[in-house]
Design a protein around this ligand. Structure first.
Ligand code: BJW
Ligand code: ZN
Length: 278
């Protein structure tokens, strides 16, 4: 049976050397960012295959860009929540880390979220090693579909946001549907840009590096606010357990990773994680 006691968790953490936090959509839920699969999640209302696959982008790049523009607008108005902040402190301050894990030589965040909130929670001027590994990319990066150039992109040039467009579907006369020429294009070759995020069937970012950290270094994995339904992150807890490490799950609900968990804390991570890591 997994342990649910904060004191036992803190004791195990204090003996760990390489700690990794693996975050999913629930990590940002308290900031008002919609999740994918839960109540109110995107995939309840829309087909993932219409929006988050390379085929969807080929079929209707305008619709897919509108979806990401809509999400950019939500994220721009959002603020990091207490879960982002406690993790940011431990990633960026060795003295704070030493208080809860005196033997630790690393505390890293791997996030499936593309919302940039974990980076925004960090103090200015942190070393690159404190930055999150964004396994599924970043909402504010775009990649050229022709030459592959990747760059920051905050453009908001679409005539309409995605949700408004959905609402207007019933009233086609008033609908102003943007066209491909309204989408962002590459400054180097003129090719169509796409959001630099990882869609189903695509290779996650920094896969070799994350696989190395998970299989060769991590001895304590903290899994926060993710279903564990999506590979490769869904199998990271198995890999850590196989290598002799420990796993703690923080989630509102049961997850696919509960069976690998040494510790389970059920509840909102913006509260439970702060309690566990303070
Ligand atoms: C709280 C909370 C609170 C809420 N406190 N908790 C069949 C066909 C095709 C592909 C496959 C297939 N079978 C398997 C695959 C592979 C596929 C996959 O896993 N599919 C499954 C769905 C079946 N995976 C891939 O394709 C991946 N690529 C890959 O494996 O490549 C291999 C490769 C290697 C080498 C070369 C080439 C290839 C890529 C997956 C990409 C996923 N992309 C998305 C979209 C990203 C961009 C975007 O954001 O738009 O990533 S989908 C979506 O799911 C998003 C998320 O990051 C990801 C995971 O979601 P997550 O975090 O679990 O969120 P939710 O919403 O599902 O759950 C929220 C959780 O939080 C819940 O548990 C709540 O209870 C909890 N919660 N509030 C604590 N306050
Ligand atoms: Zn280009």
């Amino acid at each position: 049976m997994p342990d649910t006691d904060y004191s036992s968790f803190k004791k195990a953490l204090a003996e760990s050397k390489n700690i990794v936090v693996l975050a999913g959509a629930g990590f940002s839920a308290a900031s008002g960012i919609p999740t994918f699969r839960g109540a109110g999640g995107f995939w309840r209302q829309y087909q993932a295959t219409d929006l988050a696959t390379p085929e969807a982008f080929q079929r209707d790049p305008v619709l897919v860009w509108q979806f990401y523009q809509y999400r950019r607008q939500i994220v721009m108005k959002a603020e990091p929540n207490p879960a982002h902040r406690i993790v940011a402190q431990l990633c960026s301050s060795s003295s704070k880390l030493a208080k809860i894990a005196p033997l630790a030589t690393s505390f890293r965040l791997m996030t499936q979220n593309i919302d940039n909130l974990s980076t925004r929670a960090l103090p200015d001027g942190v070393s690159p090693s404190a930055l999150p590994i964004e396994i599924h990319g970043n909402l504010f990066q775009a990649k050229c579909t022709v030459c592959g150039l990747t760059e920051e992109n905050h453009q908001f040039e679409l005539a309409d946001s995605w949700d408004k467009n959905q609402e207007q579907e019933q009233d086609a006369d008033t609908q102003v549907k943007p066209t491909v020429k309204d989408l962002p294009h590459c400054r180097q070759c003129g090719g169509l840009l796409r959001p630099d995020v990882v869609w189903f069937g695509e290779e996650p970012h920094r896969l070799d590096e994350t696989a190395d950290i998970i299989t060769k270094e991590c001895d304590f994995l903290i899994v926060v606010g993710t279903t564990g339904a999506v590979t490769p992150c869904g199998i990271f807890p198995d890999l850590v357990r196989d290598a002799g490490g420990q796993v703690a799950v923080f989630n509102l609900e049961t997850t696919y990773n509960d069976r690998q968990a040494n510790f389970i804390f059920r509840g909102p991570c913006e509260e439970t994680l702060v309690e566990a890591l303070s």
